[in-house]
Design a protein around this ligand. Structure first.
Ligand code: KG4
Ligand code: ZN
Length: 374
């Protein structure tokens, strides 16, 4: 694909409108974003259809069900994004779609739709890396420009990345097993709290005592900036077995103690990543800290990030929850940023289930549902 290699300095000063399509996991989403000549972004429309109802009975995302659900509604979602924007295809400058990483069936639905629209409308196609889109969202919401440190915490990914520029990403740390969202979802499942687990765990944790159960703080004190959550999940399981049957208060205390362990581990890993980022940039100056991904909606984690950013002397940016979770606006925005730097993809561009943001980083195999977390 090599899209990133084609990047050069931004050459367009005029305003452009990009249609973005996202189908990599369990949200079917489309949006129109305008990027003005001065670099500012405006969300013109943003339509997201979540598949939670289809997957709930299975306690997690079922790839085949996800692909079918995307196929069943992608045309309506795209039409709605255009009609909410009061625009026809002729007013669009480029079509962007997630080409990876993610579940291949869903990716094929979104990317093929984008190709068909690009072909029919005679419009340029821009293939977008889903992780790059999360990484660039703060540019759309807060006008943050690289370089900055980005913590991505979602259901499929957990990594900390130095965003040097659009298309130039240095992975500083990644999970060596489960993604953080996955750990929330598995903890919720263990406690019978339903799917998706993150919001359910957070709701229960509000009434809980974070100091009640002594859970491990994974990888705390290690020199690298990697993450690990499988051991924590096992410790939660053991605690639940020891304390069974659990009262409502016990459940709340487990949730709060789990969140406390997660937050302490993430804060420690971020301090390491900040050191690695300063070394990589060759300067001892704090860079902005940007959070992305569904778990960034968690309020306790947000407070932890505020404290950590303060400690590092960094400014913190956390996009609103609706733009932290998967959406079409982030794909449209990343597409716009890449388009103005010259990226154009041909109709034979392939969907990629695995597509690391930093192609030079060594792969780290995760044990979770979505395979390699690198
Ligand atoms: O970014 P996202 O919408 O989809 C992926 O690309 O994975 O993230 C979904 C993940 C799920 O694991 C969900 O449980 C978690 O984000 N999540 C949360 C919260 N809201 C969503 N985790 C903790 N607290 C929340 N409030
Ligand atoms: Zn995502």
């Amino acid at each position: 694909m090599g899209g990133f290699k084609k990047f050069r300095r931004a050459t367009l000063a005029r305003s452009i409108r990009v249609l973005g399509i996202e189908t990599s996991c369990d949200e079917t989403a489309a949006a129109v974003v305008r990027r003005d000549g001065d670099g500012r972004g405006v969300i013109v429309s943003n339509v997201v259809r979540s598949q939670w109802d289809e997957h709930r009975a299975f306690g997690g995302v079922v790839p085949e069900i996800a692909a079918r659900a995307h196929a069943a509604c992608i045309d309506v979602i795209v039409e709605q994004a255009l009609s909410n924007a009061e625009l026809g295809l002729t007013s669009i400058d480029a079509i962007a779609a997630t080409a990876g990483p993610g579940l291949i069936g869903g990716l094929l639905v979104g990317l093929t739709t984008a190709k068909a629209l690009a072909h029919a409308g005679g419009l340029p196609l821009v293939a977008v890396n889903h992780l790059a889109a999360h990484a660039l969202t703060a540019g759309l919401t807060d006008g943050v420009r690289p370089p900055y440190l980005m913590l991505l915490v979602s259901g499929g990914h957990t990594q900390v990345v130095l965003v040097k520029d659009v298309g130039i990403y240095l992975r500083l740390g990644t999970t060596i097993d489960d993604a953080l969202g996955e750990a929330f979802d598995k903890t919720a499942k263990l406690l019978g709290l339903g799917f998706p687990g993150g919001p359910a765990v957070e709701r229960r944790a509000r009434a809980g005592d974070p100091a009640r159960f002594a859970l491990p703080r994974p990888l705390k004190g290690r020199d690298d900036a990697n993450f690990s959550f499988a051991g924590l999940k096992t410790a939660v399981r053991r605690q639940v077995q020891l304390s069974a049957p659990l009262s409502d208060q016990d459940i709340a205390d487990v949730c709060a103690s789990f969140e406390a362990a997660v937050c302490e581990s993430v804060a420690d890993r971020l301090v390491r990543a900040d050191r690695l980022a300063r070394d990589a940039m060759g300067r001892d100056q704090a860079m902005p800290l940007v959070a992305a991904g569904g778990v960034a909606a968690n309020q306790r984690l947000r407070r932890t990030l505020e404290v950590t950013a303060d400690r590092l002397g960094a400014r913190l940016y956390v996009p609103p929850p609706a733009l932290c979770t998967d959406n079409g606006a982030m794909i449209a925005w990343a597409g716009a940023e890449q388009f103005i730097r010259g990226q154009r993809d041909t109709l034979d561009v392939a969907a990629r289930a695995r597509w690391p943001l930093d192609e030079t980083a060594a792969p780290v195999l995760g044990g979770g549902k979505q395979g390699a977390k690198a």
